[in-house]
Design a protein around this ligand. Structure first.
Ligand SMILES: C[S@@+](CC[C@H](N)C(=O)[O-])C[C@H]1O[C@@H](n2cnc3c(N)ncnc32)[C@H](O)[C@@H]1O
Length: 395
């Protein structure tokens, strides 16, 4: 999701269609009821979980999730098929080492990445036995099926949908901009005490932050280990994202997990100057700092602490095979060579592709903020996508 200018406050409410206004009212009523039933306070993770995933209401669970140019944000696969083509170079190398290879894609969005990867793997004669899409939203499953049917009908028999992780997997797991959508806890360090920032309803009936003493020993232990010794320091802790990586790693027989997202190693994430955390809302291509802006109609995300993800994988037996900035990863995977095969450099198609490659790789755009973490078990760690610019030592 990029770029991120200007910040709107809650007061600049946009014009909503009657359906959107009715949906927003239903989500607010649900939040009010839930907070009331929980004694007037819920953790921020519970709030984020409700506004993104509550059945029939959440951003990703009610058909309000809008990807692409006409939606709320654009992800890398929506920018250009060259992103999937580059990823396919890495997948081909990893899958070649395995007799039985499947790909599992988490949170597959519009289905574009799946279609682009399958086309590119077919060109390389390196198709996996199966390509599983882990998608819980029925609405998104239908969108994915429609896109695959239109774009790569010949590969559809290879594609299957699942709604829970398989017991065992061997092959590759792909997660592009998934970990940033996993609900985070907000923790505040104050002199002599740790607080958890949650959500309440204020006297005027509006959603508001409220702090409580941090009750969870697991969160306190993580915050103690990561936060700098600075007063009024606020940041996120994401045990659910760690648990997701850990479950995937535990279930891996042999293979590669590729995690692509915006984020940092812990030393940068929990830098003393980053004392307001990384939480953001996305609505119609605007980034907002107010997480109470149109709950259910806006996306909510936090950056990823890649050190925590690497540790979660390592604790479950998967080693770090590489950690690079996205721009470098795509260059290592041959995105410029793929661009050079896009036809006449004067043609509009080529110019569109070149502009997307610039956006995906430039350090000023998605090339540096976005990172790629590779975790492997039982395969050669000399991965093509990480041959230059590896920063694993910073994790
Ligand atoms: C920002 S969208 C990314 C979509 C797509 N990967 C792309 O790059 O265009 C985040 C997706 O992650 C999914 N997601 C969040 N938590 C998940 C989990 N625990 N398992 C699988 N998918 C998850 C959400 O449902 C949503 O579809």
């Amino acid at each position: 999701m990029f770029p991120a200018p200007p910040d709107h406050s809650r007061r600049n409410s946009p014009a909503l269609s009657p359906d959107e206004a009715a949906h927003a009212a239903r989500v607010l009523a649900y939040l009010g009821r839930t907070i009331g039933e929980e004694g007037g306070w819920i953790s921020f993770a519970d709030y984020m979980s409700a506004v993104l995933y509550a059945p029939g209401l959440g951003y990703y669970a009610a058909g309000t999730h809008k990807l692409g140019a006409g939606g709320d944000f654009v992800t890398a696969p929506e920018l250009s098929p060259l992103f999937g083509k580059a990823l396919a170079a890495q997948l081909e190398q990893a899958l070649a080492a395995l007799e039985r290879a499947e790909v599992i894609e988490l949170g597959p969005g519009s289905g574009r990445l799946c279609a682009d990867v399958l086309s590119a793997l077919a060109e390389r004669d390196a198709l996996p036995d199966r390509y599983w899409l882990l998608e819980v939203s029925p609405d998104l499953r239908e969108r994915q099926r429609a896109h695959l049917n239109a774009a790569v009908p010949e590969h559809l028999p290879r594609v299957g949908w699942i709604d829970v992780l398989p017991d065992r997997w061997s092959g590759a797991v792909l997660a592009n901009e998934v970990l940033d959508a996993v609900p985070v806890h907000l923790v505040v360090r104050q002199p002599g005490e740790w607080l958890e920032r949650g959500v309440t309803v204020d006297a005027a009936g509006a959603l508001a932050f409220a702090d409580r003493v941090l009750a969870s020993p697991a969160l306190r232990e993580r915050a103690r280990a990561r936060f700098p010794d600075a007063p009024d320091y606020l940041s996120e802790i994401n045990p659910s994202a760690e648990a997701l990586v850990s479950s995937l790693a535990q279930r891996c027989e042999r293979g590669l997990m590729l995690l692509l997202d915006y984020g940092f190693p812990a030393a940068e994430y929990y830098h003393p100057q980053r004392d307001r955390g990384t939480l953001m809302a996305h609505y119609r291509h605007t980034t907002l700092s107010d997480p109470f802006f149109l709950p259910g109609l806006a996306d909510l995300t936090a950056h990823v602490d890649f050190s925590a993800m690497a540790r979660a994988g390592a604790a479950a037996g998967m080693g770090v095979a590489g950690f690079v900035a996205q721009g470098q990863f795509l260059l290592n995977c041959g995105i410029l060579e793929a661009l050079a095969r896009c036809g006449d450099p004067q043609s509009s198609g080529y110019l569109r592709a070149a502009s997307a490659v610039q956006r995906l790789t430039s350090p000023a755009e998605m090339g540096e903020l976005f990172k790629v973490l590779a975790l492997t078990r039982g395969i050669d760690p000399g991965l093509v996508g990480f041959r230059r610019g590896d920063r694993s030592h910073r994790l």
